[in-house]
Write a protein that binds this ligand. Structure first.
Ligand code: G3P
Length: 218
């Protein structure tokens, strides 16, 4: 399972990278705005800065919502750095853009996916990643994890190569549940990754080991 961090914050990306288990980064226009990054040039520079911090894929989202605009923007993003994956919204022109980029060998991440039907379309169009937003489904009393399970079933039925990127992960249990369901990737905040570390018996056990060592070596 690949671990991506869902942020445009360079300090958090660096911290996750230093942990040694990071496989990539996802961003979106809201996350860029949260870091105060605005203006086309600054946004493009920020994507390059992220690519220079990590080894893996970095999703960069187009703003255009028409086919020609998405193609123009996506090509500009892809040319920035070999690690860039062009993030395309799940809309009609987005499907056309996914197919266009797939035919050109440019990698894509289809975002804002909330149903199996949308995920099926994204895979048919050749998306490299599909991003079901499980937290946002949970927010409206709909089972986000069930969507991950359903997409897994459909993709396995037809051996689609599109990777399931569980997005809108809110906490550590989402990560564990997605791993059980066979999600290829998860993207979430650093806290959702660091939560995997925690167990009180580990802390108690380590404390005892060190106390016993100190008894015999002081
Ligand atoms: O990057 C897309 C997705 O992960 C957004 O998550 O928490 O805003 O629903 P969230």
């Amino acid at each position: 399972m690949k671990f991506f961090i869902d942020t445009a914050n360079l300090d958090q990306i660096k911290e996750a990278q230093e942990l040694g288990v990071l496989d990539g980064v996802t961003t979106n226009p809201s996350l860029m705005a949260k870091e105060g990054i605005s203006g086309r040039e600054n946004i493009l520079k920020h994507y390059v800065a992220i690519c220079n911090l990590v080894d893996g894929d970095v999703s960069a989202e187009v703003i255009a919502t028409d086919f020609d605009g998405m193609v123009k923007e996506g090509e500009e993003l892809a040319a920035l750095h070999e690690q860039i994956v062009v993030k395309i919204p799940m809309i009609k022109d987005g499907i056309k853009a996914l197919k266009y980029f797939s035919d050109k060998g440019i990698r894509t991440n289809c975002t804002l996916v909330f149903s199996v039907g949308q995920a099926l379309l994204a895979a048919k169009a050749g998306a490299s990643y599909v991003s079901p937003f499980l937290g946002r489904l949970d927010d409206i009393s709909t089972d986000g994890l069930q969507l991950i399970a359903d997409i897994r079933l459909v993709y396995d039925n037809y051996a689609f190569e599109t990777e399931i990127l569980a997005a809108s992960i809110r906490h550590t249990m989402h990560v564990i549940d997605c791993a059980k369901l066979g999600s290829d990737v998860m993207t979430g905040p650093l806290s959702s990754i660091e939560g995997l570390l925690k167990h009180p018996l580990t802390d108690i056990g380590l404390e005892k080991f060190l106390a016993d060592y100190n008894k015999g070596n002081s």
